[in-house]
Unconditional design. Sequence first.
Length: 189
Amino acid sequence: MENGGRVYEATTVPAEQPPPGKAPRCCPGWALNRLEPPRLFLKVSQLLLSFLAFVCEEVVPECTNCGGLYFFEFVSCSAFLLCIAILIIYCTPLYKRTGKNITELLDLCVVIIILCFFALASFVFTATSDGTTIETVALVFGYLATLAFLADALLSGYKKWKAKKGGQPENTANNLNPRENEPLNNQPA
């Protein structure tokens, strides 16, 4: 018992260290590595650009034809909130609960819907704006956000197309190797 370190040596296990090259997580279950860097950059860009479009639109002091402004406000705020929701799904344990395929399909659907509405809202706001500086800045952020959503939709679509084209057709009849269908007990010794 003179050497206290040897008493506990056989029963203790060293603390697990993260593998080299992996960043430690800030919270259990949170991970930013589920999105490859270009997609993560696009997601953060969409979030920031839709937020900036919303903030700039909110600062507009007055308008003569406010329908386009209100529609742009609704779409930019909705896009911002949906971007937060999608990033939360990708970065939390919800990703494992929903599954990779469902999350990616939901993400693609949300991106395409936001893309269509953001483009429409930007066009309508352009047509009905008074041309003030703050409206122009809001429109610039709106069009940039639209481009970010377009790039994300194209990248996701290309990724799905490439995976589908590169994948082999499934062999449902399993006629390439019929021995796989035989029970193990019937194999000759």
